[in-house]
Ligand binder design. Structure first.
Ligand code: HEM
Ligand code: HEM
Length: 185
């Protein structure tokens, strides 16, 4: 993307909306799975599936426009690191909902959007009260990807936020301000 300051409103809105959805869903996901709060599972899944719609729009926009150019020239190594980090963050926004759907779908637990089933729950006829996986191997793959993807997401977002703060406080440049939509004086 050419050097735009502030960044286009659609890029900014999508960045903050996807950021809020990802952080909110990660928080709920960690909480519900550790405390076994089953009532939160349908909410997490429904919002996660809806989040994928916004995420897909953002991913297409990024593929068309590219990542924003840095506000001021930095070392090539730092620029490469930032592009990699942004690329992986973008990839994780797709991996998290897709792996969640793979896990929930293939495991037989099923998922849907606020009561509308997309992959139905499958009872095991030989073991009352248990679910029958559609594909145990794919369910395991989805669960592992969702679990480790969640940790990688939280680690990278921490670095990402610290980098944004460093730009603002130490370098005193417009990296954060142009993402917040503040006009240059
Ligand atoms: C869109 C972004 C999403 C994010 C950021 C997210 C994040 C997370 C995180 C961090 C966990 C805790 C994982 C762990 O520590 O093992 C989790 C759990 C879970 N998520 Fe998601 N999730 C998302 C979407 C989805 C979707 C779309 C589904 C299914 C349709 C889903 C289904 C689940 C399930 C079933 C668990 C519980 C896993 C378990 O009990 O082992 N998630 N999620
Ligand atoms: C809540 C704290 C966050 C802050 C303060 C923040 C700040 C920023 C800033 C200032 C930029 C512009 C970087 C530049 O111009 O080079 C940016 C870009 C980016 N951020 Fe964040 N961010 C946050 C959360 C997130 C989250 C949770 C994600 C994804 C899961 C994310 C993904 C991205 C990506 C992929 C870019 C590259 C540019 C774009 O696609 O719009 N950010 N962020």
């Amino acid at each position: 993307m050419p050097d735009r300051d502030p960044l286009p409103p659609s890029s900014r809105r999508l960045h903050w909306l996807v950021a809020a959805l990802m952080l909110g869903l990660a928080g709920v996901g960690l909480y519900m799975s550790r405390t076994e709060t089953w009532a939160l599972y349908p909410w997490h899944k429904s919002l996660g599936v809806l989040a994928l719609l916004v995420i897909a729009v953002r991913a297409v926009q990024r593929l068309r426009l590219g990542l924003p150019a840095p506000v001021q020239p930095t070392s090539p190594a730092l620029q490469r690191a930032a592009r990699w980090a942004h690329g992986v963050l973008l990839g994780l926004t797709l991996l998290m909902p897709l792996s969640g759907m793979l896990f929930s779908g293939a495991s037989g637990h099923g998922f849907g959007v606020f009561g509308l089933p997309l992959v139905p729950h499958q009872d095991d006829p030989s073991r009352p009260g248990e679910v029958l996986p559609y594909h145990a191997g794919l369910a395991e793959l989805g669960q592992q990807a969702h679990h480790w993807g969640g940790y990688l997401l939280l680690a990278l977002v921490t670095v990402h936020v610290l980098a944004a703060l460093k730009h603002h406080v130490v370098d005193r440049d417009r990296t954060l301000l142009r993402m917040l939509g503040r006009k240059a004086p």
